[in-house]
Design a protein around this ligand. Structure first.
Ligand code: NAI
Ligand code: MG
Length: 493
């Protein structure tokens, strides 16, 4: 089946200058002989069309009252609820994570849809007293116009929804370029908006690759804000381009997240937290646990439990029952994991389990992998591998542990397992991340809670899915009315 771009409320194909239709294949990572469909390999002309339609739509959409805009989003939420199972199954086929996780992905889209729609009646500003008589000042949040969104493949509908729903309820219009590995899920989102009755041009989807479809969106003069989630390398490229153009941007990049296990932790609970954090979504979450930082006194006992639990995980096609870990997203990702493991073994690092590909149905599978006695400066402890690979690092004192936790360029998420309340508060205060967890895994984003990082994860500390979700997509306008009938001067002696 050939899937088309969604532009100006209609489905359109990319036709090249030579009259050819250009598409690319989307395959199932659990069985690469299965093709999900062909998608438009779009270029800047498609982006131009989409941005023009969004720009035109903005003229009327911005003046639709926010509670009325929200009514359409409530309808979209109901359609997502109705179609949840179908979208989840298609998503597992498209990108591999297990059905329980793709259901969760759609649920996140549903939750943000209700949350953002509810906020349509709460887009509050503030009034501030003037120092002068008979003068009022008030502020409102206003939309920018066309927002360009570029999204990754690991949360194929949740991340586009986190970005699109707040932007749309605030009165912006959207052009979204989904990851080339997961265009299907975002085409589904366009179908949902279409059925909900969103006016044409408010939400547009253009599929294709980063340099040829993503970058023209970043550079387009009518695109006022770029909202990006993906790798740090691409994020820096986009930030540079936006700075050159004086364009606002929000970024959510990589992570090198950790779980600390202290000597007084509930070790069984901590094992479950690490398993979920490290091997859920096959280690391909920006919040994935790739470092376990463990008190030397409990290292042996904890490690034995962790390895046994890891070796009990079932790897396979995420659509099948009882599968715990699906495939990696593509061959490039599999090669990357293999490269890190090979290089670690070559330098004598201590492998406890995994460390090899799994041959099954020509899928991109890799065994859950654990290395131990890793030093904090090792590549396994510093670089984002984005696969099912964990480095165990030991510590002796609390201060040493905090230095290890904070000793990476990233700052997204960190967790601690402890029964010591003082230790837990010290940890939450001093950890250099946007997300801190106590006695639960380092993954666990919920709609309603601000999500994002600091340091190289989010150099401008953008936040999504919580009360700050409007910061990236609205600006504050301060408005002053002087009803004194004379020229009053503020702050002039
Ligand atoms: P990527 O950064 O290349 O892709 C993310 C999005 O950016 C995709 O839509 C892609 O088409 C687009 N893109 C790529 N190059 C671009 C360019 N020059 N201009 C404009 N847009 C561009 O990430 P990729 O290759 O999919 O994944 C590789 C690495 O990214 C992973 O190993 C991981 O480290 C990181 N990543 C982080 C995620 C997160 O949740 N923070 C999500 C996905 C990937
Ligand atoms: Mg795919």
């Amino acid at each position: 089946m050939i899937y088309k771009n969604y532009i100006n409320g209609a489905w359109s194909e990319k036709i090249s200058a030579g009259g050819f239709k250009e598409t690319f294949d989307n395959v199932n990572p659990a069985d690469t002989t299965k093709v999900i469909g062909q998608f438009q390999n779009s270029c800047e002309f498609c982006i131009d069309d989409a941005v023009e339609s969004a720009s035109e739509a903005f003229k009327t959409w911005k003046n639709v009252p926010a509670p009325k805009r929200a009514e359409i989003l409530f309808k979209a939420a109901e359609i997502l609820v109705r179609d949840k199972e179908c979208i989840a199954k298609g998503m597992t086929l498209e990108m591999g994570k297990i059905l329980a996780e793709t259901r969760g992905d759609v649920q996140e889209a549903i939750d943000i849809a209700y949350y953002a729609a509810g906020a349509g009646r709460r887009l509050t500003g503030e009034t501030v007293p003037s120092e002068l008589e008979n003068k009022w000042s008030m502020s409102v949040r206003l939309p920018y116009g066309v927002i360009g969104m570029i999204t990754p493949w690991n949360f194929p509908i949740a991340i586009p929804a986190w970005k699109a729903f707040p932007a749309i309820v605030a009165g912006n219009t959207v052009v979204l370029k989904p990851a080339e590995d997961t265009p299907w899920s975002v085409i589904k989102l366009a179908e949902v908006f279409h059925e909900a009755g969103l006016p044409k041009g408010v939400f547009n989807v253009v599929t294709g690759f980063g340099p040829t479809a993503g970058m023209p969106l970043v550079k387009h003069p009518k695109v006022k804000v770029i909202s990006f989630t993906g790798s740090s390398a691409t994020g820096h490229l986009i930030a540079k381009e936006c700075s050159k153009l004086g364009k606002k941007y929000s970024l959510e990049l990589g992570g090198k997240n950790s779980i600390t296990v202290t000597k007084n932790a509930d070790l069984d609970l901590a094992v479950e937290g690490v398993i979920f954090g490290a091997f859920g979504t096959t280690g391909q979450r920006c919040t994935a646990c790739s470092r376990v930082i463990i008190d030397k006194k409990v290292k042996k006992e904890f490690t034995e439990k962790l390895v046994a639990r890891t070796e009990s995980l079932k790897i396979g096609d995420g659509l099948e029952d009882d599968i715990d870990v699906g495939p990696l997203i593509n061959e490039k990702a599999l090669d990357k994991v293999e490269r890190y493991v090979t290089s670690a073994l070559a330098s004598g690092d201590d492998l406890l389990t995994g460390g090899h590909r799994i041959k099954m149905n020509s899928g991109w599978f890799y065994a859950p992998t654990i290395f131990t006695d890793i030093t904090p400066d090792n590549a396994l402890a510093q670089e984002e591998i984005f696969g099912p690979v964990v480095a165990i690092i030991e510590y002796e004192t609390f201060d040493e542990m905090m230095n290890i936790v904070n000793g990476t360029r990233y700052g997204l998420s960190a967790a601690i397992y402890t029964k010591d309340i003082n230790e837990s508060f010290k940890f939450m205060r001093d950890v250099e991340t946007g997300l801190a967890y106590v006695n639960t895994s380092c993954i666990g984003a919920e709609v309603g809670q601000n999500f994002g990082g600091i340091k190289d994860t989010s150099p401008i500390s953008s936040r999504e899915a919580g009360s700050q979700m409007f910061d990236a997509v609205t600006y504050v306008k301060n408005m002053v009315v002087d009803f004194s009938g004379k020229l009053q001067k503020a702050q002039i002696e």
